[in-house]
Design a protein around this ligand. Sequence first.
Ligand SMILES: Nc1ncnc2c1ncn2[C@@H]1O[C@H](COP(=O)(O)OP(=O)(O)OP(=O)(O)O)[C@@H](O)[C@H]1O
Ligand SMILES: [Mg+2]
Length: 622
Amino acid sequence: MPEKHVEPKDRSVARSLMRLWPYVKPVRGRLSSAVLIAVLASCLGLVIPLVLKWMVDGPVAARDPGGVWLGALYLLLLGVAEALLFGLRRWVVARPLAGVEASMRAALYRHLQRLPVAFHDRWPSGQLLSRGTTDLMLVRMFLAFPLTFLVVNSSTIVVGFVILLGQEWTLGLVLLVPVVPLMIICSVFEAKYSLVARRAQDQVGDLTTVVEESVLGIRIVKGFGRHRSQALAFSAHAERLRTTELDKARLLAGIWALITTIPELAIGAALVLGTIEVADGGLSAGTLVAFLSTALALRWPVESIGFLLAMSQESASATDRFFEVMDVAEEEETATHGPTGSSGAESGTGGMAFEGVRFRYPDAAPGSAPVLDRIDLRIRPGETMALVGATGSGKTTLTALVPRLHDATSGRITLDGEDITAMPRERLRELVSVAFEEPTLFSASVAENVLMGAEGAGADALRRALSVAQADFVHDLPHGTGTQVGEQGLSLSGGQRQRLALARAVVGRPRFLVLDDPLSALDVHTETLVEAALRSVLRETTAVVVAHRPSTVMLADRVALLSEGRISAVGTHQELLRGNAEYAWLMSGADIPDGEDAFPPGPSPTTDILGSYAPAEEGSSR
Ligand SMILES: Nc1ncnc2c1ncn2[C@@H]1O[C@H](COP(=O)(O)OP(=O)(O)OP(=O)(O)O)[C@@H](O)[C@H]1O
Ligand SMILES: [Mg+2]
């Protein structure tokens, strides 16, 4: 797990929350007017005790019913005004804050799309999901509620104390006594609460990851009867989260108890002292009534400080979690390492070339050998090169370097002589098209999925691509190419998905084509058909095709053998079969699926093409 647990020392709630400013700035007018309105409403509440004092010392003492009615009317008006102002605050602030949440979420999503593949390799998706949902909701709630009320309540408390001290400063001082211990208690609480709050949020992320994995892997879970162990893993995470939530509740209950009891004691003491003063004639009954009702009116602002602080803590760690992702650098436009990319075509270096390419995964164990050590390979313009190698030898890794899903650690890759790190990514991705091992379809129509491969391609291109990929089955789907597929649509078979992914790769007639084992899920007959159609596409492009099977190799003009991080041999299929023991071994029995061994396909077109395939098999069995 990446830098997940932040050292509590180097974070401050205020500093974390200040980072929200760029998102809050557009609504600052609305937000500050909402705060002002709330301060006004709350201070209006403090006028009520003063009206009471006037009533008790004036009309009540003088037994003047008219005056009492007038006082009651004032109180009613004050109450209504307070309620209206609080309602207004809510109305002023709701829409802009929903906007802030939406803009933060959009920024996060945009950023996630631009983060390098290496980032996504490292971060569990559940962690990202929870940051984009629960954490942002916490932030919005913070802006709507705790932020406003921390300001409102503190100003109410200050104004309230000014009134209290103005009325009877000795009694006011009695109420001020608990302030210092309360402040200490609050800061201790804050430090403890911030740790648990952060832990709870991280645990929500872990829980989300478990749920997500078991939903995505539901077939494995069911196929292997892993319900119980998945459920156990889930409940272990849920239990951990529950414990943390209980810790939070316990802390909150503790501070709540202290924050309510201590002021209550002070008010009790003030009541006793005040009553004695009234009896001695040193204080009017009206002043005591006003004093006590002001003190009582301050109870809520004081008591709420505890959970307002708690909510601020949670929002601060939610903000931290948000910015932990936002702070990761996006893909660089040009690489910062290796020999500087000399742009512009160099003479005689057309096609695709790998020059001394070395690559190690950023998260590989320190000291381990790089996956690709020194790759030197030239693919001539228009040529199709098959890339063959044992499983795990780095074929997929090598193909991922071409569209710059990863950047080579050193060395360079050129397309028609131009260093790929020196060209804008957009152009690179126009030049190069890829079909990955894992054919991924999005929740969209067949046509949308295929046309994703080319900006602005039309119906003709779609038809051609589908026919190259032998994906004409789509015309028999309920809504033809308009049929929704992907997670929320029709489920397609592995081979069907693979053919759509292939169609996506060829739809834009790219200059360079990278296919990672594109035919692995097809039956022999479909494979033959796809190969025949693919041949015409490959004629027009410079291509690398990762191949496990001799039949796929036959598509290529030459073959490169990847072994121990190097291209150990390049030649035609025949040459390598005869001259390279590892190649002969890879292409013979060892890599033919069990099924084919058990049921030889007979004189199928695949074996016909192979022709001289048999001698190699004999060679390897010696
Ligand atoms: N994201 C990653 N982070 C770290 N190591 C990785 C990553 N992806 C692959 N590897 C490692 O790199 C090596 C090469 O993997 P790669 O997927 O390129 O092999 P491959 O030749 O495509 O294999 P296959 O024929 O099974 O598809 C493997 O040892 C693998 O463990
Ligand atoms: Mg692979």
